[in-house]
Design a protein around this ligand. Structure first.
Ligand code: UDP
Length: 325
């Protein structure tokens, strides 16, 4: 039976990937420090509570489970926070990952799936963005993820560890069965923030700028359903387990939605207007990020199956179930 060690498997994308791995019949072990993830999200496989910054804890998990593959999700994920507190982002997302990779190399290397990001591209010169587009991140979050991609390449040269770096565009939505969803409190991403504003009239929610060079002036992003992302991890794991080459792949739908379009979709889903105000631009926000998902289609036969309407509907259902709407 395939054994997969899921670092950060109690978090948002990680927990959805655990469900997808378990549906394949694989043995799932979650390693998570529960700083952002939650014990309740570990519904598939066992939980080892530990921190990637702790070499002994990582070594212990690897020797106890002897994984065939490691999927690494553990990271701080807020672009805005990375600008105000870069040290935390480089310590956790870069240094923590180097520590993890050292332990994997020492344990007898196995392939790694890494959660990378569209933020590696910075302000894109073309849209949709192909994987070979220049990488010039404009915030510490993107810089740290790009550095890890380089570290992974260097670990392959030194230790033969193959990897797939999956560059997520905007992960969104919740498990269609309602078993798991995004639990960050306070909410850190647009859709949960708008849903928070829908249930709490005192919650001050701002659109971060409406003077970008985009069709309606608000930022455009490629929202991709978390269950689609989860399926891509299974496909990437199968690719690596079959001896496939290392690579970086965009995960997005190839279509963008503006902040105003997302708010409109949520208003239609809930059948009521959502109070919002206009605020200044947020530091580190590129105007538009839309994926070319052609390579993932060619290599992994992966494509998105959920659109914005499904993303919003599943996110709203999760919000209703966990917080009330
Ligand atoms: N955004 C916004 N108001 C908020 C949070 C986000 O206008 O309170 C915008 C943000 O500027 C970006 C988009 O929504 O254009 C998605 O932001 P999010 O933080 O969800 O993801 P990111 O694109 O930063 O990874």
């Amino acid at each position: 039976m395939t054994s997969v060690l899921v670092i950060g498997g109690a978090g948002y994308v990680g927990s959805h990937a655990c469900k997808a791995f378990a549906q394949k019949g694989w043995r799932v072990t979650v390693f998570d420090d529960l700083s952002a993830g939650s014990r309740d999200a570990v519904k598939w496989g066992d939980l080892i509570v530990g921190d990637i910054a702790d070499p002994a804890a990582v070594r212990g998990a690897l020797s106890a489970r002897r994984p065939d593959i490691v999927a690494h999700f553990a990271a701080l994920t807020s672009v805005g926070d990375s600008v105000s507190d870069p040290g935390a982002y480089y310590r956790n997302n870069l240094a923590g990952t180097v520590n993890l990779l050292d332990a994997i190399a020492a344990a007898g290397p196995c392939p790694v799936i890494f959660s990378s990001t569209a933020a590696v591209y910075g302000v894109p010169e073309q849209s949709p963005i192909p994987e070979d587009h220049p990488k010039r991140p404009i915030n510490p979050y993107g810089h740290g993820k790009l550095m890890v991609e380089q570290v992974l390449a260097d670990f392959e040269t030194a230790h033969g560890m193959r990897h797939v770096a999956l560059r997520y565009f905007n992960a969104a939505g919740a498990d269609p069965d309602g078993e798991i969803g995004e639990t960050n409190d306070p909410a850190t991403h647009l859709i949960p923030i708008v849903l928070h504003a829908a249930r709490d009239p005192d919650f001050a929610f701002s659109i971060f700028g409406d003077d970008f060079d985009t069709p309606d002036g608000t930022c455009v992003r490629d929202y991709v359903h978390v269950t689609d992302l989860a399926r891509a991890h299974v496909a990437a794991a199968e690719h690596l387990l079959a001896g496939g080459a290392s690579m970086a792949l965009n995960l997005g739908g190839g279509a963008g939605a503006s902040v105003l379009e997302v708010i409109g979709a949520i208003e239609r889903e809930l059948g009521r207007p959502i109070p919002r105000r206009l605020g200044p631009r947020r530091a580190g926000d590129p105007p538009a990020l839309v994926a070319s998902a052609q390579k993932a289609r060619e290599v992994l036969d992966w494509r998105t199956t959920y659109g914005l309407k499904d993303i919003v509907a599943t996110a709203a259902a999760w919000e209703r179930k966990t917080r009330g709407l």
